[in-house]
Design a protein around this ligand. Structure first.
Ligand code: G6P
Length: 360
């Protein structure tokens, strides 16, 4: 292919490193000369006209959708549902009077997502596709497209597309809020710039993160990820990355759900990655860490500066509380990468997986 790894041993590592540059590119592409958001006016109109957004996606893109719901509901005050594409038709929600379907897909070719697009188009519902490939099927068949500008993503495990999806969703949410006349304190371009710098700082701490991966995951069979609020969603993505490429059985859980079942799985030495980037849940997630530690778990706490406590394993730089997922996912990606590397797994082409799944 035309895309080269350069000095990188794997595309995945290269794509992790590209993330701060992708975020800066998105800032550039979605900003006009007066530093205002520049976005297709038809998309703006569709977003302000709709009474409910239905996000449809698979895999990592679904995880970005979960964060997108937070942005759109908190900033633009429009209700959002997020659906796994393959489940949508069995579990068809009641559709509001003026729905907007938003398809999130790196490749724009995922058959499960396309099936929902075909079904909802037949009902006359408008569709927006957020994709890295503007000429793709989902882009061509939807009414509107927003481009991720992440550049080609080659590694099967998605990294830079996920952070790009969240950045574009944040911009979309703020644009909608502005169009609806909602006053915001949140300056998306400024805060995304800060997040990009934080991501870059983390990409420079690879040795430290490699060591964490080596300490926590050398021979383990399983690994759990816990978090509350958006940290829960990032934990789902952290678990997905780890299982995809290292084949360690990994699951993400909401901190509060531990006691309702999962805690039964904790044994002596079970690695538990806990995320703590949100002030309002910092106390509760710390409680969960103590609970699992008391049962013998080996907790790896990844917190944000300002919320960190003595003994935390790794501290990420401080960013706006809405944008922590863009930053906290970077150590998750790197932990998974190094776990796979040390287990001699084929990082870029994991077994049984395809980059884009064009069958339902
Ligand atoms: C495949 C890939 C995943 C990806 C998912 C959705 O399963 O292996 O990494 O998240 O498809 O892909 P999409 O291109 O629609 O974002």
């Amino acid at each position: 292919s035309d895309i080269e790894k350069g000095t990188y041993p794997h595309f995945m590592l290269k794509e992790i490193d590209e993330q701060p540059f992708v975020i800066r590119k998105i800032i550039q592409e979605y900003q006009d000369e007066n530093d205002q958001i520049k976005l297709d006016p038809d998309v703006r109109q569709a977003m302000t006209k709709c009474d409910r957004v239905y996000i449809i996606a698979c895999g990592t893109s679904y995880h970005a959708g979960l964060i997108g719901k937070q942005f759109i509901e908190k900033l633009a005050q429009t209700p959002v549902e997020v659906h796994v594409a393959s489940e949508f038709s069995y579990n068809m929600p009641l559709i509001s009077d003026n729905p907007l379907f938003v398809f999130i897909s790196q490749s724009g070719e995922t058959a499960d997502s396309r099936a929902v697009l075909v079904e909802t188009k037949a009902k006359g519902y408008p569709a927006l596709t957020i994709t890295n490939v503007p000429g793709s099927t989902l882009s061509r068949e939807a009414d509107y497209t927003l481009h991720l500008h992440a550049g080609p993503e080659i590694a099967v495990a998605s990294t830079k597309a996920y952070t790009a999806q969240m950045a574009v969703l944040a911009i979309l949410a703020v644009d909608t809020a502005q169009a609806k006349g909602i006053e915001l304190e949140f300056n998306p371009m400024k805060q995304l710039g800060i997040a990009a710098n934080a991501m870059e700082a983390l990409c420079d701490q690879k040795e430290e993160i490699e060591q964490i991966s080596a300490d926590f995951l050398p021979t383990t069979r399983n690994c759990f990820f816990i978090g509350r609020s958006v940290d829960y969603y990032v934990g789902l993505e952290g678990a997905l990355k780890l299982k995809e490429i290292s084949y360690i059985q990994a699951e993400g859980f909401a901190g509060g759900e531990l006691k309702h079942g999962t805690i039964a799985l904790i044994e002596e030495g079970t690695p538990v990655v806990a995320l703590a980037t949100q002030e309002n849940v910092n106390y509760s997630i710390r409680g969960n860490v103590k609970e699992v530690a008391a049962r013998g778990a080996n907790p790896c706490v990844i917190s944000m500066k300002g919320l960190d406590q003595e003994g935390d394993t790794f501290v990420i730089p401080e960013v706006h509380e809405l944008l922590t997922p863009l930053v906290s996912v970077v150590p998750m990606q790197l932990i998974a990468y190094y776990a796979a590397l040390h287990r001699d797994c084929d990082v870029d082409k994991p077994r049984n997986l395809a980059k884009s799944v064009t069958v339902e």
